[in-house]
Design a protein around this ligand. Structure first.
Ligand SMILES: Nc1ccn([C@@H]2O[C@H](COP(=O)(O)OP(=O)(O)OP(=O)(O)O)[C@@H](O)[C@H]2O)c(=O)n1
Ligand SMILES: C[C@](O)(CO)[C@H](O)COP(=O)(O)O
Length: 254
């Protein structure tokens, strides 16, 4: 790997399922715009990365002062997520090398942890295909009959929820997305495109609380997750900085 990392953040969605007065990435989450929360996490983990933010060309909510990265650019969002990501890859193409690592992360996933981001990068650093954060399915899976009743119970063996980031080499990802689009496949994540060209992305087990904010109730859940993560982080920092107590005088030190 060349060592250069690009972060592509699709943030051009309209948030229709959220049903708010503005796209969900601009709704307040624990007092700050959701987009700021996501960019802050990414920057904490990968401060030297180059950011490419996919934004709706008609977006009037975005404030460039929110971006913590030294190297960043914006590219126009497309009709669907895959189009936004393809535009981003076109946008960085003049400066990206084929073996640069590209991590694609939904702006709608603000609870991704620094630990998971670093683990993903380490896990795929020497993987010629790349991979994605994912969690094994934990519920019993039902298939409906189209009329609100169960047609079958599906096996959950080997099923995973695909999360983001998803990380692949620039050259491979661009080829894969262009191939999927040329075949008319509206892939919903980067891994699907890489599967289209016959490769098997690595599943990197991630935290279940890396949730995608999609529906109104997800905002309250994400606030709870962020608060729990901050508390755990503070406790760990306190434990690391506290001086171990000196053993009592005369105690056996063996
Ligand atoms: N044309 C699009 C559609 C989606 N996204 C981004 O892709 C991610 C995942 O999409 P989703 O959760 O479906 O977001 P929305 O499209 O905003 O939501 P909805 O489908 O409810 O409208 C989000 O970060 C969203 O901003 C994008 O960049 N360009
Ligand atoms: C990429 C993704 O987050 C993986 O779970 C998800 O597919 C994006 O949401 P969408 O509704 O499919 O755009």
């Amino acid at each position: 790997m060349s060592g250069r990392i690009w972060l592509v953040v699709p943030a051009a969605g309209q948030g229709r399922r959220m049903g708010a007065d503005r796209p969900k990435q601009y709704l307040p989450l624990a007092g700050r715009p959701l987009l700021v929360r996501t960019l802050t996490r990414l920057h904490e983990a990968l401060p030297g990365a180059r950011l490419c933010l996919c934004l709706d060309p008609d977006d009037h909510h975005f404030d460039p002062a929110w971006v913590p990265f030294a190297h960043w650019r914006r590219t126009p969002g497309g009709a669907e997520r895959v189009d936004s990501v393809a535009n981003a890859l076109d946008g960085i193409a003049p400066d990206a090398a084929d073996d640069d690592l590209v991590l694609v992360h939904d702006v709608a996933r603000p609870c991704v942890t620094v630990g998971d981001l670093k683990r993903l990068v380490a896990a795929i650093a020497d993987d010629p295909v790349g991979g994605l954060l994912a969690t094994p399915v934990a519920d019993t899976m039902k298939r409906d009959d189209g009329a609100g009743r169960v047609r079958a119970t599906e096996s959950r063996d080997g099923l995973w929820h695909a999360l983001t980031p998803q990380g692949f080499r620039f050259g491979l990802l661009r080829r894969a997305l262009n191939e999927a689009l040329a075949r008319g496949l509206r892939v919903t994540d980067e891994a699907s495109a890489v599967e289209v060209v016959g490769l098997a992305p690595q599943l990197v087990a991630g935290r279940r609380d890396n949730l995608k904010i999609t529906h109104p109730e997800d905002l309250a859940l994400a606030e709870l997750v962020l608060s729990a993560q901050e508390s755990a982080h503070e406790l760990a920092a306190q434990a690391a900085s506290s001086t171990p107590e000196a053993p009592p005088r005369g105690a056996n030190s063996a």
